[in-house]
Design a protein around this ligand. Structure first.
Ligand code: 2U9
Length: 343
């Protein structure tokens, strides 16, 4: 091993003093030391003769020697051809340029934009608000007092520094903030991310996205609600889609209804997606509860309103057949690049 070490030292000395007057001499250096039959390769080949307990130490030495030689070669190249010149020589200007990978919008953004654009055409304004909320705007004002059983379905995350703060469970808190500032008529949609304390699976996640809507004015009726949501569905899924409303319960609306659309997969004949009913649920809705109006000093005898809420993931699932909620937040480009949009 001593002999090998000595050999490396000698080569290092030789390399240190090596001078190249032109590119040819640099090339000669490359062939002699770094070529396929060169010295570095040969020295590396000596590794097999090194005893096992010294392999680690010698491996490091041989690697250093290789790096040392490569650095010298780079320096020779620079001095004999000039860096810029080398680059200019090596570039073939006739080749087509590298293409820039252009990203696409996230499928949830595409669907949210589409939902927002439909309601904007009906005269709805867009409002946004904080994701960290207080109990009143998220629950209290929505007719969900502290002991209300419906709170169980909207368990959320609380902020350590101030347990009075929580991550909003719906964007209704944004409508609440609009109602605080604005008198009727109010016609607003609120898109945004919401949170729930759920175990993550294909069908549930600890965050998702909603678009909620609110329309308050004199003489707003359940017929207005039905026609508005029917228009939305036709714009979103096509003119052939049928709708039906089923009675439901939400603390913030009375009466309340869930809206189904005829199954897009089987056209209503029955399949796995609609569980052989021909219908799939897409949103919840109802007439704003008088208690909610009163919470914001809106005279419930003069004004009425309707509200609705939908999960963007759900609409996206129906439109693009996405069957696992986790795909939306895994950042897998193989999934994401399948979606394109004009806006
Ligand atoms: C105010 C008054 C009432 C918003 C509404 C729903 C019905 C609803 C769910 C759909 C799927 C939430 O994303 S989801 O899990 N939402 O069913 N939301 S009515 O009602 C309001 C909002 C604001 C002032």
């Amino acid at each position: 091993m001593e002999a090998l070490l000595q050999q490396i030292e000698n080569y290092k000395k030789e390399i240190t003093v090596y001078e190249a007057a032109d590119a040819e001499a640099t090339e000669a250096f490359r062939i002699k030391y770094l070529g396929t039959k060169g010295i570095v390769k040969a020295i590396m080949g000596e590794m097999k003769n090194v005893p096992n307990d010294q392999k680690k130490q010698f491996g490091q030495l041989l690697n250093d020697f290789k790096l040392f030689t490569e650095e010298k070669y780079e320096a020779l190249k620079l001095s004999t051809t000039g860096g810029a010149q080398t680059a200019a020589k090596e570039i073939d200007w006739s080749l087509p340029g590298d293409s820039f990978p252009v990203g696409t919008r996230h499928p949830l953004t595409i669907v949210r934009n589409e939902i927002v654009s439909i309601f904007k055409r009906l005269g709805f304004a867009v409002a946004e608000g904080p994701e960290i909320e207080d109990d009143w705007h998220n629950f209290g004002a929505m007719n969900l007092p502290e002991d209300h059983p419906a709170r169980d379905m909207q368990d959320t995350f609380y902020i350590n520094q101030n347990p009075a703060w929580l991550l909003r469970t719906h964007t209704s808190s944004v409508q609440a903030r609009v109602m605080e500032k604005q008198k009727p008529p109010i016609r607003v949609i609120c898109p945004g991310r919401v949170y729930r304390n759920e175990t993550i699976s294909a069908r549930a996640h600890c965050f998702f996205h909603q678009v909620e809507g609110l329309y308050i004015d004199e003489n707003v009726s359940f017929a207005d609600l039905k026609q508005t949501l029917y228009f939305f569905v036709q714009e979103m899924f096509g003119k052939d889609v049928k709708v039906r409303f089923r009675p439901s319960y939400f603390p913030f609306t009375e009466p309340s209804a869930e809206m189904d659309i005829s199954c897009l997969i089987c056209g209503g004949d029955g399949c796995n997606v609609c569980k052989h009913t021909g219908w799939v649920e897409i949103l919840g809705s109802g007439m704003v509860h008088p208690k909610v109006l009163e919470n914001f000093n809106i005279d419930a005898n003069k004004y009425t309103g309707f509200a609705f809420g939908m999960g963007v993931e759900r609409i996206c699932q129906l439109k693009y057949r996405v069957n696992d909620l986790r795909l939306y937040s895994q950042n897998d480009v193989r999934f994401l690049k399948q979606f394109t949009s004009a806006v």
